[in-house]
Design a protein around this ligand. Structure first.
Ligand SMILES: NC(=O)c1ccc[n+]([C@@H]2O[C@H](COP(=O)([O-])OP(=O)(O)OC[C@H]3O[C@@H](n4cnc5c(N)ncnc54)[C@H](O)[C@@H]3O)[C@@H](O)[C@H]2O)c1
Length: 302
């Protein structure tokens, strides 16, 4: 206690003069500020999962305009939509290329091949955006073991498979990398009737933090993004199913939640999320790791 008390009463100048590394400290203070990076993503490659629509498609368009080459993934039923996004991105970003890769992120073999596709096509992988996810609206009293299994297979194992396979490739390359995963505001506070979904997003926060700790030595960062209420197919489903429970017509639940919960007063669009992911995929976020960043117009305040 005494030592701590005394230390707190030493002036900063006196404290500095007592250290043996004053020169080092002064040099650090006087060093020229580090340059901010401009867009330095040229010739880097990113994988985006769940890229055929919604938030994944917006992230893909944004990363292509930031200068990334892309491998875009989705499940077989979405393959023609995926092809459409890939060719749209390639034709609207001269010099950039987006290639589709169909596979299921819950299957580690598919994810291994997805990462290999990036290496085969572009020679490397710098950024993994583990965006794919599913939602389910069901009261806790009705949830089954199969419901939990499916949710965790896609939302938790899917993200983990993407992080793990990408990290192995990034370690081989030896120049670091970025792992990004889709969490949600329900990773901070669940919504009723989204129990298994909310728990899966809590898990994404947790595994992202652990990856950040373990992979820092390889200069690999891991962060998650946490959207709020985004007008996509996923929220169409949530709106419809919550509406069935409350007797609200289609479209009324998302409107009510948006009006009552969002400080900025409008439902989010996928591009709101893509802007945050663009930052997290850029060199400007080099000192950010282990975070789950909320982009929700002010529902959850961290
Ligand atoms: N929409 C929102 O309000 C919201 C809010 C918070 C978090 N999120 C998260 O953002 C991510 C994208 O959400 P969205 O709203 O664009 O949803 P979406 O349903 O429109 O798109 C999700 C995509 O993931 C794909 N997908 C599903 N399972 C897959 C699998 N096993 N392998 C590969 N792809 C698979 C789907 O086919 C679909 O194209 C999800 O992880 C979601 O949980 C969305």
């Amino acid at each position: 206690m005494t030592a701590r008390f005394l230390r707190s009463h030493i002036s900063p100048a006196a404290a500095l003069s007592r250290t043996s590394d004053v020169g080092v400290r002064r040099a650090a203070c006087n060093a020229a500020p580090r340059a901010f990076s401009t867009s330095n993503r040229r010739d880097k490659t990113a994988i985006v999962t769940g890229a055929s629509r919604g938030i994944g498609a917006a992230i893909s368009r944004r990363l292509a305009s930031d200068g990334y080459n892309l491998v875009l993934n989705d499940i077989p039923v979405q393959s023609s939509a995926l092809d459409g996004i890939a060719s749209e991105i390639t034709s609207s970003n001269p010099g950039r290329k987006a290639v589709p890769f169909v596979g299921d992120v819950s299957m580690v073999g598919d994810v291994e091949r997805l990462v290999q596709a990036s290496v085969d096509e572009f020679g490397s992988l710098e950024t993994m955006v583990a965006n794919a996810g599913i939602a389910q609206v069901k009261h806790s009293l009705d949830l089954t073991k199969e419901d939990w299994q499916r949710m965790f297979d896609v939302n938790v194992m899917g993200v983990f498979n993407c992080y793990q396979q990408a990290a192995k490739q990034m370690i081989k390359q030896g120049s670091g990398g970025k792992l990004l995963g889709a969490a949600s505001i329900v990773a901070f506070k669940p919504f009723p009737c989204l129990n298994n979904y909310s728990a899966s997003k809590f898990a994404v926060r947790g595994l992202t933090q652990c990856m950040a700790m373990e992979l820092a030595e390889y200069k690999i960062t891991a962060n998650a993004y946490a959207p709020g209420i985004v007008g996509t197919a996923m929220w169409d489903l949530i709106d419809e199913k919550l509406g069935e429970r409350s007797g609200r017509p289609k479209g009324e639940t998302i409107k009510k939640f948006s009006q009552e919960l969002i400080a900025l007063g409008r439902t989010s669009v996928p591009e709101d999320v893509a802007k945050l992911v663009s930052f997290l995929a850029s060199d400007d976020s080099e000192y950010v790791t282990g975070q789950t960043m909320v982009v929700d117009g002010g529902i959850i305040m961290t």
